[in-house]
Design a protein around this ligand. Structure first.
Ligand SMILES: *Cc1c(COP(=O)(O)O)cnc(C)c1O
Length: 404
């Protein structure tokens, strides 16, 4: 290949400029090498157990996976309606009523290609260039990339050890006249923190005061271990300015299906749909009836899921503590955060590179989910516990050997 004949790079494409400013691209404009890719490669090379990546290694409920197979056999293989299969829209509405007492009409719901597309279409349809978007930091990496794509500016509210709860004053100070959107993620990835009612109500109050939208990412809604999940849309005055996002991936252990949804005021959903139709138009037709089946599963499925993950959490947390880490017991989600400083490992990036060889376990440094100035996160590693008990028990034994 002769590069002289290759087209010139669009270095000044708006996203390239915004993404470079957000640290998502290297100096040469190529995607910044992610620690995730490096750690996965290291796991392959060393044969270490990969607790770096946050996807389940076990099958979802048989009723759900069988329903997808049946749908393919029965010919549900063409474009679905733009808003989503009517029966899935009905199942989402039933789910929101059953678990949270929320009343939704079909025109208040949109099915998307995972929570990721719901986030993309929401941010692209609601943010103007120069708007500010308030996010909890550490954050899910897509938030920063999508804000950059929309030309908006991230205003982070730091979550700090040991409990990773936002400080009310810092939260209030982050919201101002330029704030267009407050992006809530509770249950929170990667800290596992769950926002209490006082915080949720403060966010609603701030959104009203500055006429901001609330966008809430609730993909871990069924994985809150200690207190029940409370959607911010159920709080007084919130529903009229809140877009709520969730997904089938985490709750039914089918992260590859990419079926998500966003719900809220019909006028806003209309605007989100206007963007969504040109991102993917539609996706995952045979998975949509399967997800409807999942959302209608009886309560024991949801309590069983929670109980099983709580046990996995406890197994991993105990092992990390015995190994000598300082661990924050996560109130929700797939991940445990462990401070490696007490083990004489003050740099989690170095520790993550060292652990696979030393004990055969892969984790990722928490710094990957925050700005580089968050030096308080420097010694913290993130371990996923969404793995089979056999893998977790093996990992636990390996981690305990760190102590020796
Ligand atoms: C996994 C995850 C998503 C993405 O969900 P998909 O349905 O796979 O697109 C969004 N937000 C958070 C916090 C997540 O952990």
């Amino acid at each position: 290949m002769n590069d002289a004949h290759a087209p010139a790079d669009a270095a000044d494409a708006p996203w390239r400029r915004a993404a470079a400013a957000a640290g998502l691209l290297g100096a040469d404009g190529s995607p910044a090498p992610t620690i995730f890719a490096e750690m996965t490669a290291l796991a392959h090379r060393t044969g270490a157990l990969n607790l770096g990546q946050g996807f389940p290694d076990h099958a979802g409920p048989a009723e759900v996976t069988e329903a997808a197979i049946r749908a393919i056999r029965e010919g549900v293989n063409q474009y679905s309606p733009g808003r989503g299969e009517p029966d899935l829209l009905a199942a989402i509405a039933e789910h929101q009523r059953r678990f949270y007492g929320l009343d939704l009409q079909a025109e208040q719901i949109l099915v998307t290609a995972g929570a990721t597309e719901a986030l993309a279409a929401t941010l692209l349809s609601q943010l103007r260039a120069g708007d500010e978007i308030v996010v909890l930091e550490p954050y899910y990496d897509a938030y920063v990339a999508l804000a950059a794509l929309a030309g908006a500016r991230i205003v982070p509210v730091p979550l700090r050890a040991p409990d990773f709860q936002p400080d009310l004053d810092e939260l209030s100070a982050a919201v101002g006249p330029r704030t267009r959107m407050i992006l809530v993620n509770s249950p929170h990835n990667p800290t596992g923190t769950v926002l209490g009612l006082e915080l949720l109500d403060r966010i609603v109050d701030l959104a009203h005061r500055h006429d901001a939208l609330i966008v809430t990412d609730e993909v871990y809604e069924h994985l809150a271990y200690d207190v029940p999940h409370v959607p911010i849309a159920t709080r007084p005055g919130a529903a009229e300015r809140t877009l709520s996002i969730s997904s089938a991936g985490k709750v039914f252990s089918v992260t590859g299906w990419k079926i998500g949804w966003v719900s809220g005021p019909a006028r806003l959903i209309e605007q989100v749909m206007a963007v969504k139709q040109f991102l993917t138009f539609v996706s995952g037709a045979p998975f949509q009836p399967a997800v409807a089946t999942g959302l209608r599963l009886p309560d024991p499925f949801f309590t069983g899921l929670r109980g099983s993950y709580r046990a996995k959490r406890d197994l991993l947390v105990d092992a990390l503590e015995e190994a000598g880490f300082t661990v924050t017991v996560p109130a929700s989600g797939y991940f445990a955060l462990a401070d490696a400083a007490p083990l004489g490992l003050p740099d989690a990036v170095a520790a993550a590179r060292d652990l696979p060889e030393r004990v055969g376990v892969v984790a990722v440094p928490l710094s990957a989910f925050a700005r580089s100035e968050r030096t308080d996160l420097r010694s913290i590693l993130r371990f996923a516990f969404c793995k089979s008990d056999a893998v977790l028990e093996d990992a636990a034994a390996r981690l305990r050997s760190l102590r020796a």
